[in-house]
Design a protein around this ligand. Structure first.
Ligand code: ATP
Length: 324
């Protein structure tokens, strides 16, 4: 449904003359993607990784500097107008107006996509029902909760029944219950056969919602696959070692543990403690405790964890996504 090769985009920096920096920032440095029909595909990455730029290129809102892309059967470079007819796009923060109701927004959007008046009124009514907006859909959008407003944004994005929907950070700033509600709507669209591409910097969102994920950093895809397959690449377990406060406790613990033969890698996660990558967590715990004891370090807590998508990010980039 989406195929891209070498998609790239640079921006001119406004401050370049004074700072003496390079005059451009390479926001997207050649992205190859293949998204299947009916998939929920996620772009996961830290702020500034190039997620929004990629999404806006695919949605025909920014012209790429190079590469190739086909979306829903149309060529992005040769026929962007056709691409635009076949896709929906919901920007970060959405586009609803405070004093207008969801119904009015939906009617207007349907008319923008060429529906006649009666047809647009019917489409709005159907969307209000489908997205569970009937209880408040005639009130001004300013009176909605964050989650209700996001549902209206998504309803607006699909009023013309696109084959592909692009959602930029669909749950940013929402409470857990509202996020779950938005995920439900996205899954419902998938069951109708729609292909959905979301950007997110939430690890749990990528893990729970997306069928496949491209992890992006500095404008490049650093890993791609199903969340389960990506995590399987990180073989073994993670021990999260919380430490009692004290002078350079983390440094002394790390010094004691680094030479241990069962330790694959050690990362200092700041306040969270030390992350120890080992083949077999349960077997390593007593050995870790003995090594710490010998070094005179008292551990606070030891937790055995399965690898997360953050561990994948860490393995590929040397940084934690949560701290980026
Ligand atoms: N219009 C612009 N002019 C100059 N630089 C830009 C522009 N838009 C984005 N950038 C830069 O391009 C890089 C990628 O930005 P982009 O917004 O695509 O990242 P992102 O992963 O979506 O991050 P965020 O989640 O913060 O939006 C960043 O370094 C950003 O500062």
């Amino acid at each position: 449904m989406i195929e891209t090769t070498g998609l790239r985009k640079s921006y001119r920096k406004k401050t370049s003359r004074r700072s003496g920096d390079s005059p451009t920032v390479d926001a997207v440095r050649g992205i190859d993607l293949s998204v299947a029909a009916g998939e929920i595909f996620g772009f996961l990455g830290p702020n500034g990784a190039g997620k929004t730029t990629t999404l806006r290129m695919l949605a025909t809102l920014i012209r790429p500097d190079g590469g190739r892309a086909r979306i829903a059967g149309a060529d992005l470079f040769a026929d962007p107008a056709e691409v635009r007819r076949r896709i929906g796009y919901v920007a970060q923060g959405g586009g609803t107006t405070d004093h207008v109701s969801a119904r009015e927004e939906l009617v207007l959007q349907a008319r923008l996509y060429g529906a006649g008046k009666a047809q647009a009124v019917r489409a709005a009514e159907d969307a209000l029902k489908a997205f569970d907006l009937t209880g408040f859909g005639d009130r001004p959008c300013a009176t909605y909760s964050g989650g209700q407003r996001r549902r209206v944004d998504i309803a607006l994005g699909v009023i013309h029944e696109p084959r592909v929907l692009f959602l930029d950070e669909p749950t940013v700033g929402l409470d857990p219950a509202s996020r779950a509600g938005v995920w439900e709507e996205i899954r419902r669209l998938r069951t109708q056969g729609m292909t959905v591409v979301v950007t997110t910097h939430y690890l749990d969102e990528a893990d729970a919602l997306c069928d496949r994920v491209a992890i992006v950093d500095h404008g490049e895809v650093v890993a791609e696959g199903t969340p389960a397959a990506l995590k399987r690449e990180i073989s073994g377990d993670v021990l999260l070692l919380g430490l009692e406060p004290g002078e350079d406790v983390a440094g002394r613990a790390a010094e004691a543990l680094r030479p241990q033969p069962y330790l694959h890698r050690l990362e200092d996660s700041g306040e969270e403690g030390l992350r120890l990558y080992v083949a077999d967590g349960a077997a390593a715990i007593p050995q870790v405790l003995r090594a710490l004891d010998a070094a005179g370090v008292t551990p606070g807590t030891v937790q055995l964890q399965r690898p997360s998508l953050d561990d994948v990010f860490l393995a590929r980039t040397g940084r934690s996504l949560q701290q980026s």
